[in-house]
Design a protein around this ligand. Structure first.
Ligand code: CMC
Length: 378
């Protein structure tokens, strides 16, 4: 059996352009990130997460009345269906919230009022519903596992503040609410990252939106992707004091271990999101009167750059940012999903609008043709 090599294999699909898209632009050399042409720096400083959702889904920033209509749609979907609350109560309390989220989103696909519809309008409605429901699932599960009752959302609160309210049972301080909103803006989309790609692959078979989002959540979970923010916080807690940072990080590098929160497939300079999160983490640390976690992170950053020329990615400072807000560590990656649902669904809508099945090839490197040996002779 002979077989011509099909083409050069690009491990990890590095450098492969797999879709055209009008949603997100990354300049990995200059460290710039645009959503629909708007610089992330402008959006982080001047917009709200709801405006960014609208921008990602519709391609334009909303007018006042369009934004108000979106807020009303989100409000209408925030309260979880009874079936989902029942399901959340059935899960073991020690289950990983990311696994709970993946399963609950899949379950929502069974009971969505437009479950069997795949029109553009139905899918946009599903995108809005999922964006409202994901934070409610995470907050409700966290309360249930602590033996407390889920708290219904407050209509007058914005999306970010509503999550913090449903989680903690009281309205958060203004700095935390704005910091969380900015963190959501910064994580909303990132071109063909692994989870978005897996969502698009599922959508490309013309499977439904909930299936595509379930695929994306499963992909986000891994420590090389969204799981890195939780790993960063575990590392900071292990380091424990700024004085211990040097020895700890040098030890990691000597063992050839990856430092979570550093490196990126696309950026060759600092991730433009890191700058904002570094500032947010510091502001929250100052407010809490406990700058230690920010200081340790800063030291890790200095050493990683000095020793390996590594730049921080979005996950480095999001860890201490969420920690300062009093959010449990195992909710950090689910929080990534609270934001990225906007980008995932924008990409899934784009995939449906101009679909071609995504089906690459592999280069076969296994044994060539072998004679079959009957069971009794093996
Ligand atoms: N710590 C130590 N060395 C690193 C790191 C790191 N975090 N990241 C990259 N390197 C080194 C790596 O060892 C390699 O060096 P050498 O050529 O000497 O062997 C070089 O940089 C290139 O690494 P790579 O694995 O070929 O790069 P990749 O594009 O396949 O991986 C990555 C990208 C994000 C998986 C990787 O940088 C990594 O494992 N980072 C840690 C996990 C992390 O923070 N993930 C979050 C990514 S950004 C947001 C998100 O997607 O959630």
């Amino acid at each position: 059996m002979t077989q011509e090599p099909r083409s050069q294999v690009l491990a990890g699909l590095e450098g492969v352009v797999a879709a055209t898209s009008t949603i997100c632009f990354i300049d990995g050399k200059e460290g710039r990130l645009l959503y629909r042409g708007y610089d992330i720096a402008d959006l982080a400083e001047k917009a709200t997460f709801e405006e960014v959702c609208y921008l990602l889904w519709y391609g334009e920033l909303p007018t006042g009345s369009q934004l108000q209509a979106l807020r009303e749609q989100l409000n209408a979907s925030r309260a979880l269906p009874e079936e989902i609350l029942t399901l959340l109560r059935l899960f073991p309390k020690e289950a990983a919230p990311m696994d709970i989220l993946r399963t609950a989103v899949s379950a929502l696909g069974v009971i969505d009022p437009q479950a069997s519809e795949n029109s553009a309008e139905a899918n946009l409605n599903k995108a809005i519903r999922l964006t409202a429901q994901i934070p409610a699932i995470i907050a409700a599960f966290d309360r249930i596992r602590r033996g407390e009752e889920p708290i219904p959302p407050k209509e007058e609160l914005a999306h970010a503040a509503n999550f913090l309210y449903m989680l903690k049972g009281k309205e958060s301080d203004p700095l935390s609410a704005r910091a969380f909103d900015v963190a959501l803006i910064l994580h909303a989309d990132h071109e063909l990252n692994a989870s978005t790609f897996s969502g698009r692959v599922t959508a490309s078979t013309l499977s439904d939106m909930h299936s595509a989002v379930t695929s994306a959540i499963g992909t986000l979970k891994g420590p090389l992707h969204g799981g890195a923010n939780e790993q960063v916080m575990k590392m900071l807690l292990e380091i424990a004091t700024p004085e211990r940072t040097e020895a700890y990080v040098m030890g990691m590098l000597a063992q050839k271990r990856r430092i979570p929160g550093f490196g990126h497939r696309v950026y060759r300079t600092e991730d433009p999101r890191a700058k904002f999160l570094r500032r947010l983490s510091r502001d929250l640390g100052e407010q809490a009167g406990e700058l230690k976690w920010w200081e340790i992170t800063r030291k890790v950053e200095e050493i990683a750059f000095r020793e390996k020329g590594l730049y921080p990615n979005v996950d480095l400072y999001s860890a201490s940012t969420y920690f300062y807000m009093g959010i449990p560590m195992d909710l950090f990656t689910p929080i990534f999903a609270i934001s990225r649902i906007s980008g995932w669904t924008a990409h899934i809508l784009e995939q449906y609008a101009d679909n071609r099945l995504i089906r690459p090839l592999s280069e076969y490197v296994g044994p060539t043709r072998r004679e079959f040996i009957p069971l009794e002779q093996r």
